[in-house]
Write a protein that binds this ligand. Sequence first.
Ligand code: COA
Length: 263
Amino acid sequence: MSGIFRDGLFTGRHVFVTGGSSGINLRIAEAFGKAGAKVSILARKQEKLDAALALLASQGTTAKGYSADVRDYAAVDGALTQAVAAFGPLDVLVCGAAGNFPAPAMAMSSNGFKAVLDIDVLGTFNACRAAFEKLRTPGASVINISAPQASVPYPMQAHVCAAKAGVDMLTRTLAMEWGGAGVRVNSISPGPIDETEGMSRLAGDAETKAKVEQRVPLQRFGTRDDIANVALFLASEAASYVTGSVYSCDGGMTLMGGAFMAM
Ligand code: COA
């Protein structure tokens, strides 16, 4: 990674990442591992977990994986309990598990809308709720993965817009409720990021990608390292007075508002 953080910054820490078997979340897990943390990753599919664990092991990271669906509270709680038994109390919880498919509202069934709301909002709540009593306090930190759709309406994304707005309000509410326990809660809002399932679904072909790049103020897609670096910052001492914030890491995309989609 294009690390700006010194080796060993998170040595002795335990970082738990939901949706951690791929994309942005896997790169966040890699970054914390390279900074010395023990890493637990949770994801639905065992084969993707196995591949991610092999990658983390190849980088010298001590890691374990848990197969569970974030919509299932008991399964998430069980995974967290096992992770704490293996690596100790949690220092950082990253809630990254998310669902997405592009579709206009009228092509989306009630169940399709619900699937994304359940994965994003309920899944984030479940992980936060189950993790709270397993956090090392004071000093632990929660990072929820949001998206520009939380504040900017995008056609074809009614479910994601509603879900990510919910995620950000969870971030803010938990930041207020958990501040007294010394737990900081923040969101990261990634813009268009290369090498992610989300962008391959939303802008998978070269023509769409080029159009997106022209519209982003910084004129490029972000990298997974761009997001991992923000996660390292938010979990570090450098951000010890930062809570309840939604950190945009999107090349300025959100500044364009609805114009981004209208152009
Ligand atoms: N268009 C319209 N509806 C779709 C759809 C699409 N492309 N993909 C799934 N759905 C609907 C299904 O038809 C189903 O509704 P129905 O029961 O009325 O038919 C509903 O969504 C649930 O689908 P299902 O496959 O049963 O559930 P799931 O739990 O696997 O969730 C996804 C489906 C698509 C939400 C989920 O697999 C997913 O998000 N995968 C991609 C992950 C990803 O891209 N992550 C990055 C996020 S930025």
